[in-house]
Design a protein. Sequence first.
Lengths: 108, 191
Amino acid sequence: MANTNLSVARDFSITPGPRAQEEGDFSGEQFLNQVLLPRFKEAVDAQMRLLVDLDGTEGYATSFLEAAFGGLARKMGAKKVLSVLTFKSEDEPFLVDEITKYINDAER
Amino acid sequence: MKGSLARSLILLALVYSLAIIAAKEKFFGLTLKSELDPVALGALCVSIFIAFFLQYFFASRAGDLRAEKNLLIEDQKEVLAFAKQCRNILDDCFYAGKIDSQSKQKILSSLRNIANSLEHLDGALRKSQCQELGADFQNIKASYYLFKQTATGGNFPTTPYTATMFVQQDKAYRNLRDHLQSLLFKTNRFQ
């Protein structure tokens, strides 16, 4: 399966913010609705995997990650999300496990 | 090691020469047998070889292990220091009643430092002679995620920490610290 990619720093912000849109700029919810979900659907339609590049930002709060990736899993199903998304995180390798945990926990 | 082996051999040769001279001069009631007993000589050689082999084998193994344990302990101390630094920033935010953008950046940066130093520690543990202690690492990782969750979950950074959240954070911090200290003690005692 071919890859398409999405960089949080390039396509969204280098300062990912809070959980919900009403709480401030560059929230997880905003990332989900404006970037992640549309790109995810495009990847599914094109039968491609979506590589999410997490590098180049100032860091991610749990609230942002849970809203974005947990939110995607609540909409599309954890199994589907994990079969389409792959992650790159050289700045902080632990993020990949952490996000996978939020995706798996989202359906519980 | 080569230097100490050479010193030992010189010492052995010196003792041997003194014993021969003393026996030849009949000092201290010593005598010198002129004929060689091949069995006794062979046994002596084997004994000397075993003594040297065991001494250098175990000394070198113990030295390597201690050096590796010291490196791992330094790595564990580094994680503990980052965790403490993060807890102090969280304390300041709680007492200030707000999380401003500078504090947010400091919190995220110190959590990244903890995560990356843990990742380094995990790699070092796997490569070291103490790799069986890696089994404890999953608990440490889980307690780090819990600490991060209590520090930056919920409505972070828009809502200041409540007393309940602060207590949860403190509990998660102590849990992480306990796991790290336990690994540190186990590393130090590892044989």
